[in-house]
Design a protein around this ligand. Sequence first.
Ligand code: ASP
Length: 416
Amino acid sequence: MKKHTLTLLILAAVVVGALSGVAFKGTVVIGVAVFAAEIFTRMLQMIIVPLVFTSIVSGMFGVGTAENLGRLGIKTLLYYACTTTLAITTGMILVNLIQPGVGVDLGLAVEAPEISTEPGGLLDVFRRMIPTNIIAAAAEGEMLPIIIFCVFFGIGIAQLPPSSSRETLENVITGAFHVMMRVTHIVFLFAPIGIWGYLAKIMAETGFSALVPLGRYALTVVLGLGIHACVTMPLILFFLARVNPLTFAKHMSASLLTAFSTASSSVALPLTLECIESNARVSNRISSFVIPLGATVNMDGTALYQGVAVLFIAQAYGIPMNFASQFTILITALLASVGTAAVPMAGLVMMSIILKAVGLPLEGVGLVLAVDRVLDMLRTMINVWGDSCGTLLIGKWEGEVGEWAEGVPTTARVSE
Ligand code: ASP
């Protein structure tokens, strides 16, 4: 109920923000709106470092302690990395073709920072991923090096022999992660005010013409998500798992719809497990490992959206992105989606990592905020769809998927 209230408030904020931006242009209301938008951005920035650290490290515990970590873990992670890369590539090709933000005057040109566009070497992309000083990286908000450190840190913990100190450490970090999820939730209660501020500010500066590129951007994301969900993944299912993608989608429908309406992969997780075991008949050994791992690290929809959103922001600011920058976006989107918590709008918070990595202003987030809630519902559904397809495929490879009954399976247990 509360979630729906927030969604409604956000939608109302978009409409009221747009209208008040036009109606109160040049008045003190716009000053208040700019301030509200700024406060909301600062709140998002405030939570990034602790959220990323606790989310990634606690996510790695599951990998480290699973019985079949070696073979199954590597297979799963490789599969997830490949499909997420495919998703980001789809989105980036589309945004380069459609160019939703090019030539658009969003009244932001003055704020665009000086960034160098000289062809940065690819080696430099990797060099900058390794922090020389992790505290300095955190203080500077350099997220990519932090993520790399978190991965090392998580692997380090996983290699400790079972002991009370390891257990304490895991409990503390997991506890801190739960706290950060709550903090994120609290911050998002301010989303309607922040979104109102952003919309009013943009509309006061540019009028209704601002909505056209926003619509084009949203359509680009939707198209990308559609291609990934309805073409790429079905082809993988059909050719590699030899199953009917449509039947499988029906098996998973309860979980997919829950993901859509709650915009949270973690809320949908219990249903995803139920659907994949009871309807798609993947063994518990496989699903109990691959699904929670996927809900934590595999976010095809989020990664695709982040790639499109960052390039849209670059286009709107009129900042050209060369090949090295686009490659950085791809790698960072892959990592940022791994670090995205499975809660509503977390992908938006993590997007600032990518913006930072390619030198784009963090305020760019404000450009895409207005349509984020709706896109969040769609990308969450694709995230869960990606996890489900991966689990089925790995289950098939391991020979642990039961025969499917003819026709549509019963979802009675699921919908209870
Ligand atoms: N809401 C998404 C999920 O739970 C994460 C995101 O914001 O992209 O999967």
